[in-house]
Design a protein around this ligand. Structure first.
Ligand code: HEM
Length: 214
């Protein structure tokens, strides 16, 4: 529950104001803008995004790739034959799964785009999953291709708030696959997979697989 996060981080914040140390929690607790402490809501928002943003996102992208590889043995064979494709697999698995579905933006100016008028102040829902299946940008967007090139996936967002952890996410996933692919002899589904039912961040909830390791 989000309220549990608030409770936990309020206590942490109070502790780090009383006794600051050389860490990120103290930096957030004591942050100021124009000489004024940042608001409680801003501080809590920083704590919560730093603590949660890297969990279901990277695990969902990894599980999404497992699912896709189990259904596409030819793609696994490509990776085993040429492990230099692993960074490309990482990019494709993030596009394929797009774990963060949406964010909102408020237009700061009137814009005419793709036959639509957006007025200053309008709310816009950014649908990352839709953008990542855009047939005007991606060839055969509904196919999982470990060697997709170019791959201008948008799952990390864009602009001032683009994902702060994107390089860490890519590195974590690359290392996992570098260790796993050479040992993974085969992989197949061993039951019916299912996605989690969520509108903000989602990914595979259940993924029964059968595999053999070298
Ligand atoms: C595949 C993995 C990940 C995906 C798909 C993802 C996706 C996103 C998206 C869509 C945003 C919002 C971008 C926007 O508003 O334009 C975001 C923001 C953010 N992400 Fe990630 N993320 C991932 C992994 C991580 C990791 C590993 C961390 C840190 C450990 C992280 C930390 C953050 C933070 C701090 C923000 C807020 C940045 C800001 O508002 O300035 N993310 N991420």
């Amino acid at each position: 529950m989000i309220t549990d996060f608030f409770e936990y981080f309020r206590a942490l914040s109070a502790r780090k104001r009383a006794e600051p140390s050389d860490d990120l929690a103290s930096l957030i607790a004591n942050a100021q803008i124009d000489g004024q402490p940042i608001s409680d809501l801003e501080a809590m928002s920083y704590y919560i995004i730093v603590a949660t943003a890297g969990h279901d996102t990277t695990s969902s992208s990894t599980a999404g790739a497992f699912w896709a590889l189990a259904e596409n043995p030819g793609e696994l064979a490509k990776l085993k034959a040429d492990p230099s494709l692993i960074p490309s697999l990482v990019e494709e698995s993030i596009r394929w799964t797009t774990p963060v579905k949406t964010f909102m933006r408020t237009a700061t100016a009137d814009v005419h785009f793709a036959d639509r008028h957006v007025k200053k102040g309008d709310w816009l829902m950014l649908c990352y999953a839709s953008g990542n299946r855009d047939e005007a940008v991606f060839e055969d967007p509904f196919q999982f291709r470990v060697d997709r090139k170019p791959n201008k996936q948008l799952a990390f967002g864009y602009g001032a708030h683009v994902c702060l952890g994107q390089h860490l996410a890519r590195m974590e996933m690359r290392i996992l696959w570098e260790e796993l692919i050479p040992r993974l002899n085969n992989l197949e589904l061993a039951g019916e997979p299912a996605m989690s039912e969520a509108v903000f961040v989602n990914g595979p909830k259940r993924l029964p697989v059968r595999f053999e390791m070298a």
